[in-house]
Design a protein around this ligand. Sequence first.
Ligand code: PEP
Length: 254
Amino acid sequence: MRKIIIAGNWKMYKTSVEAVELVTELKRTLGDMNDVDVVVCPPATALAEVKDVLNECSIGLGAQNMYWDDFGAFTGEVSAPMIKAIGVEYIIIGHSERRQFFGETDATVNKKIKAALKHQLIPIVCIGEVLAERESGKTFDVIKTQLEGSLVNLTAAETENLILAYEPVWAIGTGKTATPDQAQEVHKFIREWLTKKFDAAVANKVRIQYGGSVKPENTAELMGQPDIDGALVGGASLKSDSFAAIVKNCLALK
Ligand code: PEP
């Protein structure tokens, strides 16, 4: 049985003060939640202060990006050991906004996954098609290419530690959500790909989140699908009441 995992991607929102306010409210409402894994991913500038609030509660801490080398002359970047030292446990890798605006590719995603695993960070690896790809019937080809490139040279044991996030790019921040059937058929495809590449044991272990305009009203239907194991939430994670409602709407499922 895979445990549902709901992660909030705060993107480039919230100063440290605002982040502490939000996470303090979340700790009050979700801080002893054990039936669902809950993770918040604030901007890098707020990680340390958010961690101070999260001490001794069940909410996990994630970062939104990192570089693959441990240290070096890479102005503006942060590394896995740096975020690990703050107490970060999860790392979002290859979000479509990073692919679209910062030139990330499946090859750089692969390097980041390996660096994260080396430092015992849990990667949340994002994949998903853009609208033109879906409309021209290329969704499965795109997903397959992203999986092959992003997970190249990973062992079964390494892959079991990943979380995958299927995020159709046309659904991110647009208010358009994939229907439960649309999302489920891609999640099923991903799990079948994992079975072919490794085996059923690996495929059954990997949690696959859905992301793209998840809100309290559509959570139960999406999370009720057999291959959907959680959500990566953008906009609705920026307010404690909507994020808490998403988490609570997962209780009683699975
Ligand atoms: C995201 O940022 O990963 C995301 C899914 O955003 P939103 O929920 O706002 O669509």
